[in-house]
Design a protein around this ligand. Sequence first.
Ligand SMILES: Nc1ncnc2c1ncn2[C@@H]1O[C@H](COP(=O)(O)OP(=O)(O)OP(=O)(O)O)[C@@H](O)[C@H]1O
Length: 628
Amino acid sequence: MSPFRRFVTAAGLAWRAAPVTTAVVFCATLALGAGPVAAALFGKLLIDHLSTGSGAPATLAVLAAGLGGTLLVTHVGDAAVRYLEDQHARRIEMIVQERLFAKLNSLPGLELFERPNFHDRIQLALRAGQGAPQQLVGSARSLVQSGIQLIGFVGVLMAVSRTAALLLALATIPRLVAERRLARDRVGLLSALSPAQRRRFFYSRLQYEPRAAKELRVFGLGGFFQDRMRTELTAIHVSQRGLDLRILRVQALLDAATVAAMALAAYIVVADVAAARGTPGDLAIVLTALPVTAGAATAVVRQLAAGSEALLSIGHYLDIMTTGGERPGGVAVPALKDEIVFDDVWFRYGDDLPWVLNGVSFRIPLHRSVALVGANGAGKSTIVKLLAGLYEPAKGRILWDGIELSRLDPASLRRRIGMVFQDYMTYDLTALENIGVGDLETRFDLARISGAARLAGVDDVVGRLPRGYDTMLSLMHFSLGEEDDSAGVSLSGGQWQRIALARMLLRADRDLLILDEPSAGLDPEAEYQVHRVVHEHSTGTTRLLVSHRLSAVRMADRIVVVEDGRVSETGSHADLLRTGGRYADLFRLQAAGYQDVPRFPSTGPMTEAIGMAPNSLESSPEPASPTT
Ligand SMILES: Nc1ncnc2c1ncn2[C@@H]1O[C@H](COP(=O)(O)OP(=O)(O)OP(=O)(O)O)[C@@H](O)[C@H]1O
C-alpha cells in the first residue's frame, strides 16, 4: 500500500472527524510556532537597548509588553490547542470504530473470524485507526510549529554566525535517517508481538472469566496459566527492551553529536564577540537560539519519524478496511417453493486441512423435515454452516430452488432462516433481550417473546426471576447493594438451551428452520416436550434437524446418515430400520442402552486404557507431614 494512499486515508479521517477544529488547530499552530522567535527577538532588542543606555522608557515598556504578551499567548494557546486535540481524538475514535465494525459486520462468512492472525489484525487496526490519524495531525502540527521556530532561529543564527548555523544543520542529518529507521522498527515490533499479546490476554482472561473458573479451581490450573501468561509477558518485555536499548544507544549518540556541534558553534560566536565582531545582544540571542534551534531540529526530525510511524501503522487499518469477503451484490432470496439440494458438496476448513465433506448429496424438500445423524466429527454441523452461508463449498453446489447459494445475497438468505446452533450464545442481556435478538424486527414485543418462551418451556422459569423478563441473565452484572434486585442471575445449561430455542422460535415463520442439537442439554422429559413442540409448531415448515438422540429424529420425514463426510444412508426411520444398516445398528444400540445400563468399574479397563495404574492416586507417595 503506497505511503500516499495511507497519508490520504489518515488525513481524510482527521479532516472528516472535525474540519473546523483541524483548521483552527493549524492556524493556532502557525501563531504558536512564531511565538518563541518573536519572544527571542523582543529579548535581544531589550538587551541591546539597555546595554547602549539609549533606551527611552516608552520604547522599553513597549518591548517588555511585547515580550510578556508573546509569552502569554504562546502558553495559553498551547493549552487551548491541546484541549482541541483531545476532542478531535475522540471524534476520530468514534469514526474509526464505526467504520471498522461496520466492515466487520459486513463480512458474511466465518472463515476470517477463525483465523488468529485476523484477530491480531483487528487489534492492530483498531489501535492504528484511533491513534494514527491523531498522531499524524499532532505530528503535522508540531512539525509546523517546530519548523517555524527552526526557520526563525536558523535565520537569527545565520544573521549572527553562518558557521554556527551550518554546524547545527550538519548534526541534524544523521538524526533524520536514524529516527525514520527506528519508527519502522517500532511499527514492526508491534506487529511481531501481536500473537504473543493475544496469547497473553487469553491466559489472563482465563484466570478471571466465570466460565473458566470452575475447571481452573477443580483441576488446580491457576498457577499453570499464570506461568504461561508470565512466559508470554517476559518474551514481550525482552523484545521491547531490546528495541528500547537500541533507541537509547542511537539517541545518546545523536544527542552527544548535537551537544558537540552546539559547543563548537557557541565557541565560535564567543570568539567573535571577544574580537568585537559582534554585540552582547548577539551573544545573548545566539546562546538562546542554540539550544532552542537544536531542540526544534530534534523535534522536527522526531515529528517526521512519528508521522511516518503513523503512516505505516494506518496500513493495518486499511488492511482490514480493504479485506475482501463480502459477496458482490447477490440475488435476493425468493421464498422456497420446491427444495434445497446438496449436490456433491466438498469442503475443508483450510487448504492444508483434511476434507471434512467428501461429496455430500441429499435433498430437503419443501415443508418436510430432514434429520442429519452421524458420529462425532462426521460433518453434520459443517453441513448446517454451509447451508446458512457461513462457509462456501470448495466443490459442488448447494441449490435453493435451483439457484446456487453463492449467487444469493447472504443477508437476504439469513432472513429466510431460523436457526439454533449447537454452541448457541448466552448473551449478558436481559431475558427479554436474550430471546428478542432472534428477531430484531419485533422490537422486543413482550407478547411474542413470552409466546416463544412458552413454546420452548422456559416462560415459567423467566416468570420466577426477580424482574421477570427484565432480569439480567448474567453473573457479571453485579448487584449494587443488598436490596438491589437488578443483580444478574445464572440459568442452568438446559434453561439456557430453552432460551436459545425460544430465540429461534421467534423465526418459526421462516422458510427454513435449522436445529443443530436443540435438546442436547435437556432432561429426558424436556427433550421429549421440545421435540414435540418443534414438530407440532413447525409442521409445514421446511426443517433440518441435527441430533444424536435417535429417538428425537425418528419423527423426521427423511433421515440422512453422515459418515466420514459422506452420506451413507437415506430414508425414513422405518425404511432405515428395515434396511438394517448403520442407522439401524445405532438405533438399537441406543434403545438397548436405555434398558440395560452397564455399571462403570471404579478402576480397571478405563484407567488402564488411558495408561494409568489403578488407584494411582492412592498409591502415590503421601505428602510429607509437617514437622511440629
Ligand atoms: N472451524 C473449524 N476449523 C477447522 N476444523 C473444523 C472446524 N469446525 C469443525 N472442524 C472439523 O470438521 C470436522 C467435522 O466437524 P463437525 O462439527 O461438522 O462435526 P459434527 O458431525 O457436527 O460433530 P458433532 O456430532 O461432534 O457435533 C471435525 O473433524 C472438526 O474437527
